[in-house]
Design a protein around this ligand. Sequence first.
Ligand code: ACO
Length: 334
Amino acid sequence: MPTEEQLEKFHNDIKAQSHVDEDVKKILDGFPKSAHPMGVLSSLTSALVAFNPSSVNVDSEEDMYKAIVKILAKFPVLTAWTYRKRLGLPLDYGDDSLRYVDNFVKMMFKKPSGEYTSKPTVVDALNKLLILHADHEQNCSTSTVRIVGSSHAGLFVSISAGIAALWGPLHGGANQAVIEMLEAIKEDGGDTKKFMAKAKDKDDPFRLMGFGHRVYKNFDPRAKIIKKAADDVLEDLGIEDPVLDIAKALEKEALEDPYFVERKLYPNVDFYSGIIYRALGIPVEMFTPMFALGRLPGWIAQWREMRLQKEPIGRPRQIYVGANLRSFVPIEKR
Ligand code: ACO
């Protein structure tokens, strides 16, 4: 763990690198407003290499540190810009006098006119969310970052590949799927019992999004913390939202339903993180970029560990299980 001095230096080094070259705005300008933010973010992160060529040199720990600090500083700016571009808002730089999350929410939500004051409950919830999303074993995007980095490609492009991997609905996209399901239930009339019955029906492919986990067969320890944060945010912001009412009803019904209890299907992190993002007014397409922002330090730590341990280039073993012999048929006879 860092000493107080080391931690302060780390914070200051990040703050000193929070500028993004103005020309990056021209690249962002080239994307249509409707572009999915994950594609935009992956592209911009990769484009950063062109503006920071020295970051590719990762042979020394010092250079590695410089590259890490740069991406930690610039990625929140890119995330906020991607969001603001969708809304047609001017692109803002943050305020280095603020702490990380305070600065990030200001960059995201500050209107062109007027001040922005962050709410402590919101900042606290986002801090928790980002920390709890930081790292989680060899998930799809983390393995991707490691394997791309194992070819000695630079940090930024390895992260760019990780963002692409996280984009998928089976990975980071699950939090978006939760809200889309809740909206579909609302559109259908809001009968949660009907959808509970569908989820339990073996002849129906419908599953309750945001419930269950491949590894955690008890309440995901992260979900317990995020649930409390979600409750606090909803109460503090005094949000009245029928979609979030449906979420609360489903949560209660599932926790008491023998089908879910026997199979140990508890609400997972994606269930509660989706609720928090929705309560903050973040559009669903931005949910996965928020996950990426949280996962960034984990990707970096895994990449750094791999490079410091001088791991060889990644090459997953593949076992061929196809036919042993196949005859060649000339193209005109196929
Ligand atoms: N809704 C209804 N039934 C479910 C659900 C669900 N969400 N999840 C599992 N089940 C049932 C299955 O039908 C199965 O029932 P059976 O034993 O009668 O056949 C039983 O529970 C076990 O299901 P498996 O698919 O074997 O569980 P597994 O651990 O392989 O799957 C998974 C975990 C993929 C997360 C699953 O629970 C699911 O699809 N959940 C919904 C999607 C979701 O929320 N994904 C986010 C995961 S968390 C994260 O990525 C951070």
